[in-house]
Design a protein around this ligand. Structure first.
Ligand code: NAP
Ligand code: MG
Length: 475
């Protein structure tokens, strides 16, 4: 049992002013693995005061000081590799190998990338007698979800530190321990006190407190659309800047010149990653109508290569969902898909055989999905693939864009001109061609109801900056 009831405020581990605790559960075993404090408004006020006090000096540090700091953080993070990997497996249920390959590495990449970006980042620009300066935005409130406990925290933190902003982080109550390790990493790296403050607790109290706090200048949020809307409404009252990274229902368009078996493997790998709990998951697979039967057959054949199972088993590709609530939610969507008339070609409701304990969901594939079905319109956040067909490219693009979301899109094809046409026609913030690996220098964020703002790389740093014009500045 890991009891970690303290918050990290002003460079110290401090007790909560409240006495309520929240249990943290291992979704693979359904056992309580520890507790955190359910932070109070008073805890948050202390953290905001610390971040505010640290801002004047931290925002004036030189670029080189912040480059060194980010690299020291990355070095300390690397020393904690085993702890981070183990913790993500325990609190999220991610397979050990994914906790390392994906979660651990993504967290690390953001710190290294931010240091690299700073080398060439210009904080001032002269236009004749006017000097344009980019200055740290002030105190930032960061609210993160559970599906990528190190990635979503690190991208925000690395950008904030690179810009010279001080922060308060409230991670998801479901996966709070990765952030506690991050706080230890920052301590070891010598981050000045007050620059990073961690307040654990619920969205209702700490999250809500962040979005409405008069002394917080900017809120960066990743999570659901419903909470994103509440945050925007709250933030409007003190005219805070907000960045929202919300959900998606991303299309994957397979062009008719591409090998069907290879495409099927890419599509399955994508939708089952992290048990489907990925905001950019390619959950709508669009196939030329003439290739549908061949594609469905190829998907069924390839599924056993991506087994669901115990996160500690080397062979496992994906583990349980994060919580019973998410499990129930995904079961409901699978039932809806069936009642809406989609053809269930693999998986379905109930637990996979031999995995009765833990929030495991079968790899589930629907064919004959129409884009107006609920399973094609709403974010399921589970290992569920919907296969749709198209007659021609215009129709494929129309279906791809017929969604309230616009976070990501995927195109799999050989012909460069067609690939380019599809990539430029999808209304979404990140398009990936033929399963290209992630690029940490590339901006990440959504169009439409997937939110606004961009994270990662230099665009991520821009989020934490204000722009000042000094007119008539002598040179
Ligand atoms: P969520 O409710 O939006 O939670 C995300 C974060 O916001 C958590 O830290 C949460 O705190 C906090 N929060 C909750 N209510 C808040 C409020 N009123 N004010 C400020 N912060 C608040 O998301 P979820 O419950 O984790 O997941 C629900 C659905 O969101 C998923 O099924 C999925 O569709 C979507 N989602 C999207 C992403 C993404 O990357 N785009 C990530 C995760 C989830 P708690 O600790 O209390 O939960
Ligand atoms: Mg909650």
């Amino acid at each position: 049992m890991r009891s970690h009831l303290k918050h990290f405020i002003n460079g110290e581990w401090v007790a909560s002013t409240g006495s309520e605790t929240i249990n943290v559960i291992n979704p693979a075993t359904e056992e309580v693995i520890g507790q955190i404090s359910n932070g109070t408004e008073e805890d948050l006020d202390k953290a905001v005061a610390a971040a505010r006090a640290a801002f004047p000096s931290f925002s004036q540090t030189s670029k080189q000081e912040r480059i060194d700091l980010l690299n020291r953080i990355a070095d300390e993070y690397e020393k904690r590799k085993d702890d981070i990997v183990e913790m993500i497996t325990q609190e999220l249920g991610a397979p050990l190998k994914m906790s390392y390959k994906m979660h651990y590495n993504m967290g690390l990449s953001h710190f290294r990338q931010a240091a690299k970006e700073l080398e060439t980042f210009e904080f001032s620009e002269r236009r004749g007698s006017t000097l344009i300066r980019k200055e740290a935005i002030g105190v930032s409130g960061l609210i993160t979800p559970w599906n990528f406990p190190t990635n979503q925290t690190s991208t925000k933190l690395a950008s904030a530190f690179a810009a010279g902003s001080t922060v308060i982080l409230k991670p998801s109550e479901l996966t709070p321990y990765a952030a506690i390790i991050l706080a230890e990493v920052f301590e070891a790296a010598g981050l000045p006190k007050g620059v990073f403050n961690l307040v654990n607790g619920s969205g209702e109290i700490v999250g809500n407190g962040i979005s409405s706090h008069p002394d917080i200048d900017f809120v960066s949020f990743t999570g659901s659309g419903a909470v994103g809307q509440k945050i925007s409404e709250n933030a409007a009252k003190t005219v805070k800047r907000v960045a929202l990274e919300l959900g998606g229902k991303s299309p994957l368009i397979v062009l008719d010149d591409y090998d069907v078996k290879k495409a099927a493997k890419m599509a399955v790998a994508n939708v089952l990653t992290n048990s489907g709990q990925v905001c950019t998951a390619a959950t709508r697979t669009l196939i030329p109508k003439s290739k549908k039967d061949e594609f469905v057959k190829a998907v069924k054949e390839v599924l056993p290569q991506f087994p669901v199972g115990d996160p500690r088993d080397e062979k496992t590709y994906y583990g349980p969902l994060v919580s019973e609530k998410q499990y129930d939610r995904v079961q409901e969507y699978i039932k809806k898909g069936q009642s809406e008339g989609a053809t269930l070609v693999a998986g379905g409701t109930g637990k996979p055989e031999g995995l009765e304990k833990g929030y495991y969901v079968k790899p589930t594939v629907f064919a004959d999905v129409k884009n107006d079905m609920i399973i094609a319109q709403e974010e399921i956040f589970g290992p569920v693939m919907s296969i749709l067909t198209y007659e021609n490219l215009d129709e494929a693009i129309e279906i791809a864009n017929d969604t309230i979301y616009g976070l990501a899109g995927y195109v799999i094809g050989e012909d460069e001109v067609t690939v380019d046409r599809v990539a430029s026609s999808i209304r979404a913030g990140r398009i990936t061609v033929n399963q290209a690996p992630a690029d940490f220098s590339a901006p990440f964020g959504g169009y439409k109801q997937s939110g606004f703002g961009r994270e990662w790389g230099d665009y991520g740093i821009e989020e934490y900056l204000e722009i000042k014009a000094v007119v008539g500045m002598p040179s």
